[in-house]
Each structure stands twice: as structure tokens, then as C-alpha cells.
Design a binder for this molecule. Structure first.
Ligand code: URA
Length: 283
């Protein structure tokens, strides 16, 4: 994947260093990672510079989930309620706006349904609305959202793009804000889960990026045994599936704001997702 000067500057601004081929890179850029999927064309490529030692590691190919975890039974997904399964986008958005399935409806100011092109190939899944999202009715509008937007923009994608190829759709596991930004409760996730599942069925994304623990647990609970007890880091770098759609696991943008040294890993995750898309288009 090639980056232009603006995209590169944006990554640098975010604290993510990209690498160039040895013959064009400045000297201090040379001891960097080769762990990203590589493409044959010359020029500026995407990569990250988390640690010099990474340069010696082989390219990490996605490994099938079955190879990474011993098989222990996972619960099958519940059937989607028939009324939700029959909804189109507008019906679904209206159903979410009027939802009273859990106590969050009492404290919310707005429901936060999702944003982006409704035929986008990428779906980004976060956790739950925070204060700003609750006020504005849109996911990821605070500082974490700004970081997410910048990272996506570095891949030439955005939630506001008109074209299917450049756009993304952004949604959360929960459509209402947990008061005081507390963690989502299991009952709330259970009640809200059919809405996200229907969004996926309507969108038919080619790739899902699950950002943070709650998105990962919610999306992979039926495919990854013991997902709730696994550190997120163990689930990265592999291709999982949700309803038949490939899922790439990454860190939550709010975590990345607190832990900037892991931004490079998140950029790796985005590059993995991008490379899967490239493979799918080629195949
Ligand atoms: N964090 C999330 O997971 N989603 C949002 O919409 C905002 C913050």
C-alpha cells in the first residue's frame, strides 16, 4: 500500500512512524518493522516502527482461528427476533430510537444508531456512546473519534465518503450511553445485540474492525471459546468471523489515547484489514 505525503504526515502526527524502502529512507528510519504484509511495487509503503527487533521477525500471516485456540464449545447465537430480521435500514433506525428494552433508555439523551455509507465495505464496531455521542446522536465524535477518523483517513477512508470503496460504516455494540461511562452490563449487550446483527445483515460488509474488549467479546462470543477471558492482544493479527464476515481485532481508540505506544499495533491491524480487502478483490 502506498501512502502520499499527506497521509504519511497524518500518521506521523498521530505518533505512528511509517517506513520506506532502505534506499529512500532517511538513516534514522531504517531499523524498523517488516512485519506488515508487503507489496511488490516500489515507493512509500505502510509499516510501523514499534521496535527494532521486529525487523527480524517473519511476515505474520493471518492464522485461522481454529489453529490458535483449542476447541471448546461456544453457545450458538440466538435466533434474531422475526420483527428485527425483517427490518430495513429506516425501520431499524426507528426501532432503535424507540427502544426500551433495557434501563439505558431512561438516561439517554439520544440513541446512537450508526453513521456512514449504508453500503460501505468496512464496518467499524466500538463499544457504546459516551457523553458527546449521547448529546450528538453519532458514534465516535470525541477525541477518540478524531483519532479513529485520522487513522481511517490515512487509509483513504472516511465515514463521510460518498463512494462505497472509500467509505466506512461506524456503529457500537450498545446504542445508548451507559451513565457515567461505566462498562456495558451483560443484560444491556444481550438486549442490544440484535440491532448490530441486523445492521451487519443489511450492510453486508466485507470486513469488520472490532475495536476494544466489548466489541470483540460481543462479536466473537459465538466463535471464540473463552473470549471473555482472553487478552485482546492474543486475538489480534488473526482473521476471525462474525456471521460469515471476516473480523480483525484492534484496540479501542480511547485506549490508544491513553497508551500511545500501542498506536503502531493498531495501525498494523488496519493494514491487516486493508490487506484482506486487497486479497479479496484480487481473488
Ligand atoms: N467509544 C465507543 O466505543 N463508541 C463511541 O461511539 C464513542 C466512544
Amino acid at each position: 500500500m502506498e501512502l502520499d505525503a499527506r497521509q504519511r504526515a497524518m500518521l506521523e502526527e498521530m505518533g505512528i512512524r511509517v517506513w520506506m524502502p532502505l534506499d529512500t529512507a532517511p538513516a534514522d528510519d531504517r531499523a524498523v518493522s517488516s512485519s506488515m504484509p508487503q507489496e511488490p511495487s516500489p515507493g512509500l509503503r505502510t509499516g510501523v516502527a514499534p521496535s527494532p527487533a521486529a525487523a527480524d521477525r517473519p511476515v505474520r500471516a493471518p492464522v485461522p482461528i481454529a489453529a490458535a485456540f483449542s476447541a471448546s464449545p461456544v453457545a450458538l447465537p440466538r435466533a434474531l427476533p422475526a420483527d428485527i430480521a425483517a427490518m430495513d435500514w429506516d425501520d431499524l433506525e426507528a426501532a432503535v430510537a424507540g427502544c426500551q428494552a433495557c434501563g439505558l433508555c431512561k438516561s439517554r439523551k439520544n440513541t446512537v444508531f450508526g453513521v456512514g455509507h449504508r453500503q460501505a465495505r468496512w464496518l467499524i464496531v466500538g463499544e457504546a456512546p459516551g457523553e458527546n455521542e449521547d448529546l450528538q446522536g453519532e458514534p465516535f465524535v470525541g477525541q477518540a473519534g478524531k483519532l479513529l477518523d485520522n487513522m481511517l483517513m490515512s487509509l483513504g477512508r472516511s465515514r463521510t465518503a460518498d463512494g462505497e470503496a472509500q467509505s466506512v460504516y461506524v456503529a457500537n455494540v450498545l446504542k445508548c450511553r451507559p451513565p457515567g461511562n461505566r462498562n456495558p452490563a451483560p443484560e444491556e449487550v444481550l438486549q442490544c445485540e440484535p440491532y448490530l446483527r441486523r445492521q451487519v445483515a443489511l450492510l453486508q460488509p466485507r470486513i469488520i474492525l472490532a475495536m476494544g474488549r466489548f466489541a470483540v467479546q460481543s462479536l466473537l462470543q459465538h466463535s471464540v471459546p473463552d473470549v471473555a477471558t482472553l487478552p485482546l492482544g492474543r486475538l489480534r493479527g488473526q482473521v476471525h468471523h462474525y456471521e460469515g464476515v471476516p473480523v480483525v481485532v484492534s484496540y479501542h481508540p480511547a485506549y490508544l489515547l491513553r497508551t500511545p505506544q500501542d498506536k503502531a499495533k493498531a495501525w498494523e491491524d488496519l493494514c491487516l484489514a486493508q490487506s484482506l480487502m486487497a486479497d479479496a478483490s484480487a481473488g
